[in-house]
Design a protein around this ligand. Structure first.
Ligand SMILES: NC(=O)c1ccc[n+]([C@@H]2O[C@H](COP(=O)([O-])OP(=O)(O)OC[C@H]3O[C@@H](n4cnc5c(N)ncnc54)[C@H](OP(=O)(O)O)[C@@H]3O)[C@@H](O)[C@H]2O)c1
Length: 234
């Protein structure tokens, strides 16, 4: 696709990977809307980026419906959904807190599904569209303390496969990008410290990957792309 004047909605675009994707796609000529729950953070990010802010929580169905309405009102139509909003809760299985488990699924799984459903209704009507789901290397393997987060990313990968199978015949490309560790606010929000190092991934590497898969001619598409740090010492 040609990103010049393309219209893009990035959930969770107010920080981290989503913000990085917004920056790169805007630089490529796209018109971008971003969502987030924290209104002040969202407003500041949108102003810095030159993006349209939509204050919305992807886990709330009414917010998701309003998000699509606001995006279509701002841009006239939508070309690309980047399902990026996500959070993590981490604990051993025997200490699993039900509320934390459900909170993770509400955003990472239910929220992604609701956003994709609304975007897909719009895309099927247009017989065109692109969905990029931000998964994780956690969508491919398990790890201690990972029950809630890893399972949510396995679920997102499973949904990606289903949506791709359903939507391909409508000329809708459904793609999954799996970052390994990226230095963002993710760890702090999940209650752990990410050890920063110059050799670890930054949001810009993931943004570059998203731009690259979108820019491929619509005749083809990358089904899934995993991004590792080359040598993440430290
Ligand atoms: N960082 C990593 O190492 C890493 C690795 C692999 C995959 N990922 C994935 O990358 C995505 C982005 O994470 P990040 O690392 O950039 O984390 P981040 O810096 O914490 O950013 C998360 C963004 O999502 C928003 N958000 C969270 N819950 C939301 C909800 N229910 N509705 C709307 N917005 C919501 C946050 O804003 P508010 O809090 O204001 O809502 C924020 O803008 C996530 O899906 C994550 O699982 C991250």
């Amino acid at each position: 696709m040609n990103l010049t004047n393309a219209t893009v909605l990035i959930t969770g675009g107010s920080s981290g990977i989503g913000y990085g994707i917004a920056e790169v796609l805007i630089a490529a000529g796209a018109r971008v809307a971003i969502t987030g729950r924290n209104a002040e953070k969202l407003k500041a990010a949108a102003a810095a980026l030159g993006a349209v802010p939509v204050h919305a929580d992807v886990s709330q169905e009414a917010d998701v419906l309003r998000t699509m309405q606001e995006v279509v009102a701002a841009f006239g139509h939508l070309d690309v959904l980047v399902n990026n909003a996500g959070l993590g809760t981490f604990s051993p299985l025997i200490e699993m807190d039900l509320a934390g488990f459900e909170r993770t699924f509400a955003t990472n799984v239910t929220g992604a599904m609701l956003m994709a459903r609304e975007a897909a209704r719009h895309f099927v009507g247009r017989q065109a569209g692109h969905i990029v789901n931000i998964g994780s290397t956690a969508s491919h393997r398990g790890a201690p303390n990972g029950t809630a987060y890893y399972a949510s990313k396995f679920a997102l990968r499973g949904m990606t496969e289903c949506w791709r199978a359903e939507l391909r015949t409508h000329n809708i490309r459904v793609m999954l990008v799996n970052p390994s560790e990226v230095i963002t606010g993710f760890g702090a929000a999940a209650g752990f410290e990410q050890r920063a190092s110059d050799s670890k991934l930054r949001p810009s590497e993931i943004a570059h990957a998203v731009r690259a898969i979108l820019e491929m001619d619509d005749r083809g598409f990358t089904t899934e792309l995993t991004v590792f740090a080359t040598n993440p010492v430290g």
